[in-house]
Each structure stands twice: as structure tokens, then as C-alpha cells.
Design a protein around this ligand. Structure first.
Ligand SMILES: [Zn+2]
Length: 401
């Protein structure tokens, strides 16, 4: 049987079009809450006719490391993208990792396209497009920077980058592309605008999942295999009064060591800060002094690891993280200096991600799986970046509804 091998995995050729969806920031409770509210009949049905699992995402539980893991089938130590920023000690500058030159391996999307598959990729934000579309011979565009032909195809105006509609555009484009081109492989990646604002079960969250449910049902009706996961979860990160619960770690270290002795890098930092004010639950610190124990003792810190420990535990490229990796607890985030965070865009109490508390994500299929234990071992935890492997290598024929 025809197959494609890349990054140490081999994938069976698809027997029907496969659509893999990465729902940005989809904390596991969102889907069950929408199902309970009766607004997501397709997702509800998966419990009977498909497969409903959960999985662990990559730490840091951020968007780019996880999207790249999903499309390479490999952890960041292999693909190299471990955040939006790293600090280059040689040049003394903070470097943005949005450029494909930081990508250390090819994607399975490009590998399938090279083997003759028709591949389509649609992302919400443009920041992911060049990474996901690296060396891809196929269709690849973002909703944010959709061109006139795409807008005409989708039949929706280009939405604001800060809107639920940006994700709806991705799904609508996916359905139209499937109707028009019938790609063999399609990857759809949304934005977590809604998840940053609305908790599971709230009206805004349920409306988002109801929207998504309708498009997934259309793709299912078009005869597609569908597999869905998330890049990371999402949690409330604020105090009872609604103010963000922040450890301003640069200020703390400056107080202990003097200004400029340590450098705190927040790899969540990106050009779209309105969601989260660049506040997440993961930081990396470049520091010579032994402050590990002192940081670990700060209230709200879950774990502090050395570079070597973090690289091993989280499968990260050691040369792109600091001397220490700091992860905060479920409802706490880490900042640099208070003065460097513009929180004026935060209109609702902060919800964010980045830590171990956002590692659980859904893993759903519209088909039954078989042979998962045989392929992955009985005790290996499933990862979100196993999704293509599971969807292509472990599917059973679809059960009639
Ligand atoms: Zn994300």
C-alpha cells in the first residue's frame, strides 16, 4: 500500500479526503459544554460513531510550537519552533521565530504533496501561514490576509483579526475548497480569540462551537475523514476582582540581582497582544546566578527547570531556551517588567495558556480507531501531534449513523 514517510513516521495514504482541524485554545471542557447545551449535534454524535479521546499538547502550551508539532508529527526538539521568541546570546537580541529559516525539518503536508497528494492549508492568522506552508506545493492561505479570489470563493468579507468570524472564515473556506477542489489532505487552524475571552459553557463559547459544528457536519457529509485537536488549553488567569494574577519576574529578578543581570523571555509574545497582553504561564530566564530555588519558592510558580531538564522533559531544543524554564500555576501568569506590558486591550478578565495546566486537549475523530495500543504502546500518552498518524494509520471503516 502507498505510504509517505517523514520525520521518523510512516503514514498510510488516505482512503478518502482527510481534514485535520486544530481548534486554537480549545480547552477540553468547551466541546462537552456545547454538547450539553444541545448546540453541537455533530460533535455529540462522535461519541457513538467516531472516537473521542484526549491528548497532551507540547509545552510551552503555545500556538506555534503545537501547530508545527502537529504538521511535522514531532516535538519541538525536532522542528525547532519552541515559541514565538528566543534570545540569541551571540547577538544579544530577542529573535522572532516566525520565519521558516528556524524550522529544522519538513512538514508531513509538504511530504504528502511531494508524493502527489492534493494538499490545502487554511489558517486564521497570517503569522502561521509561512511556517505551515513551508515548501508546500499546494494551496495555503490565511483568513487574515485572504485575497480577492479567496474572498469570492468563501463568500464572506475578510474579518477582523480580533473576531470569532476569523475562525469561521477558515471553516467556510475549508468547506468551499473541499467542494471545489476535493483535496486529499486539508489542515485547518483557527484562532483562540473566543477562548481567550469566553469560558466553556458561556453563550459566546457555545455559539463558537455551534458554528464549528455546522461546518464539520458539512465536511462529514462531503465524505471526509475528520480529525480534531487543539494546540493548547486555556484557563482563567485572574484574581477574584478580575485583575490579572501576574508574577512580574523581570522586576523580581532585578530586585534580587540588580537591573540587567537576568533576562526574562516570554515566548508567547507576538504581534497580536490584545488577547493576552503577552502574559502566559511559561517563561525562560537567562541568568548566571543560582536563583532556581528562590524562583521556585515564589507563590504561583509550579515548576522551575534547568535548560537540560526542560529540554528533556518538554522535548525542546536546548539552544533556544534560557538557563531556567519557569512554569506558573493554573490561574497565574508570568510577565517581564510591569512597565513593559500594555494591558489596555484586555477588556475581559485575563484567560491565557502556556503552562502544564493547559496541556490537556481534545482528540476527536469521525471514524473509529483500531490498533492504537499496538502502534503507540499501552502506556504511552497520546499527543496532539499523533493526530495525522492516528487518522491515517489507525482508522476503521466509518460506522453508519
Ligand atoms: Zn493557540
Amino acid at each position: 500500500m502507498k505510504s509517505v514517510s517523514t520525520n521518523g513516521r510512516s503514514y498510510r495514504w488516505m482512503d478518502r479526503p482527510l481534514v485535520v482541524v486544530c481548534v486554537d485554545g480549545s480547552e477540553p471542557a468547551y466541546i462537552p459544554e456545547a454538547v450539553r447545551a444541545g448546540v453541537a449535534p455533530f460533535l455529540a454524535h462522535l461519541q457513538h460513531t467516531g472516537t473521542v479521546l484526549d491528548a497532551d499538547c507540547v509545552i510551552p502550551s503555545f500556538t506555534n510550537p503545537n501547530n508545527l508539532s502537529i504538521v511535522t508529527g514531532a516535538p519541538p526538539e525536532v522542528h525547532g519552533i519552541c515559541g514565538n521568541y528566543f534570545y540569541d546570546r551571540e547577538t544579544g537580541s530577542e529573535v522572532m521565530m516566525n520565519d521558516p529559516k528556524y524550522l529544522r525539518c519538513g512538514t508531513l503536508l509538504a511530504a504528502f504533496a511531494d508524493a502527489g497528494a492534493k494538499v490545502a492549508v487554511v489558517t486564521a492568522k497570517d503569522k502561521l501561514r509561512t511556517l505551515l506552508g513551508h515548501k508546500l506545493k499546494g494551496t495555503c492561505f490565511s483568513a487574515e490576509k485572504a485575497d480577492a479570489a479567496t474572498v469570492a470563493l468563501v463568500g464572506m468579507p475578510v474579518p477582523s483579526v480580533y473576531s470569532a468570524e476569523l475562525s469561521e472564515f477558515v471553516f467556510a473556506a475549508g468547506v468551499k475548497l473541499m467542494e471545489r477542489d476535493r483535496p486529499d489532505l486539508m489542515y485547518l487552524s483557527t484562532t483562540d480569540y473566543v477562548q481567550h475571552k469566553a469560558a466553556p459553557g458561556t453563550p459566546a463559547a457555545n455559539a463558537f462551537y455551534a458554528m464549528m459544528d455546522q461546518y464539520l457536519a458539512k465536511l462529514d457529509a462531503l465524505g471526509c475523514s475528520i480529525a480534531l485537536t487543539a494546540d493548547h488549553g486555556m484557563n482563567a488567569k485572574h484574581r477574584a476582582d478580575g485583575s490579572p494574577d501576574v508574577i512580574y519576574l523581570q522586576d523580581v529578578l532585578d530586585g534580587w540581582l540588580g537591573a540587567g543581570k537576568a533576562r526574562v523571555i516570554l515566548p508567547i509574545t507576538d504581534p497580536y497582544v490584545v488577547h493576552h497582553g503577552a502574559l502566559g504561564s511559561f517563561a525562560t530566564v537567562y541568568v548566571d546566578a543560582d536563583v532556581r530555588k528562590k524562583i521556585a519558592d515564589l507563590p504561583g510558580v509550579e515548576v522551575v527547570l534547568t535548560r537540560e531538564e526542560a529540554a528533556q522533559r518538554f522535548e525542546l531544543p536546548p539552544e533556544r531556551i534560557g538557563d531556567l524554564v519557569v512554569v506558573s500555576t493554573r490561574h497565574v501568569v508570568i510577565g517581564t517588567s510591569k512597565a513593559r506590558h500594555d494591558l489596555s486591550g484586555l477588556k475581559e478578565p485575563l484567560r491565557s495558556h502556556g503552562g502544564l495546566s493547559e496541556q490537556k486537549v481534545p482528540l476527536l475523530f469521525n471514524r473509529r480507531l483500531r490498533g492504537v495500543e499496538g502502534r503507540f504502546g499501552a502506556h504511552r500518552r497520546l499527543r496532539n501531534f499523533d493526530i495525522f498518524d492516528l487518522a491515517l494509520n489507525c482508522v476503521e471503516e466509518k460506522v453508519a449513523a
